[in-house]
Design a protein around this ligand. Structure first.
Ligand SMILES: CC(C)(COP(=O)(O)OP(=O)(O)OC[C@H]1O[C@@H](n2cnc3c(N)ncnc32)[C@H](O)[C@@H]1OP(=O)(O)O)[C@@H](O)C(=O)NCCC(=O)NCCS
Length: 202
């Protein structure tokens, strides 16, 4: 296939403020139970999937922020213990401050640091994926993952980049720049090997 490597310019603007986590950031219009049912369905209906546990604890961490302050304190203790338990036993770090869309599927588990600004609906994430800062001197520059993004195992998506809806990230790619909607990015550093809209090559 014909291929042209491409790096896409970083935005010049500073990053918007990060989510402070001071309210329930679960998707609107769904009860916690309805969300959990949907999340379970997205994980093949298997309650033993570690990815489901991580998403469920994330949902609970957000839900508690919508409860009255008087019961929030014990719920926060429960959330922190569960969150640590998921990190230790599943190797999945997914803070409740990440805006998490619906039906996100975490395949397998282990070595997953998912510190994104937001993760869209119907995103697929595989083992050993990292979302986070590219440079600790630039706090707040963490990625935004669009709807229906499909992320191969071992991918690192770092810095304040945006991965457009329906994009694919190849296994072990290191994404340092925006990926357009529907594009496929592979390699280190990641380059676009396929554009969206019917899969036309560059
Ligand atoms: C990127 C991916 C989605 C394939 O996308 P695609 O649009 O079908 O791309 P192609 O297979 O046609 O490959 C296009 C080019 O990218 C290269 N490529 C594909 N995947 C790559 C990767 N992960 N790293 C580096 N290069 C890769 C191919 O060699 C090909 O290069 P060429 O044109 O020079 O031969 C797929 O290869 C991938 O990495 N999927 C992740 C799957 C995964 O994580 N599985 C684990 C399950 S547990």
């Amino acid at each position: 296939m014909a291929q042209v490597a491409e790096q896409i310019a970083r935005p010049e603007d500073g990053p918007p403020p990060l989510n402070r986590g001071d309210r329930d950031g679960n998707p609107r219009g769904q009860s916690l139970l309805a969300l959990l049912r949907e999340d379970l369905h997205a994980h093949d209906g298997n309650p033993l999937e570690q990815g489901f546990w991580a998403v469920a604890v994330h949902r609970f961490g957000n839900w508690r922020m919508g409860r009255p302050k008087v019961i929030r304190a014990p719920l926060t203790l429960v959330y922190r213990l569960l969150n640590k338990w998921v990190e230790w036993t599943c190797g999945i770090s997914l803070p409740y401050t990440v805006r998490l869309g619906r039906r996100v599927r975490i395949w397998h588990h282990g070595g997953m640091i998912l510190h994104a600004r937001s993760i869209g609906d119907d995103v697929q994430i595989r083992q050993n994926t990292t979302f986070g800062l590219a440079d600790p001197r630039r706090p707040g520059e963490i990625p935004t993952i669009g709807d229906r993004v499909d992320i191969g195992c071992g991918a690192c998506i770092i810095g304040g980049v945006s991965v457009g809806p329906g994009a694919k990230i190849g296994a072990n790619a290191v994404v340092l720049a925006d990926v357009p909607e529907g594009a496929t990015a592979v390699g280190v550093p990641a380059r676009i090997v396929r554009r969206g809209g019917g899969g036309a090559d560059l």
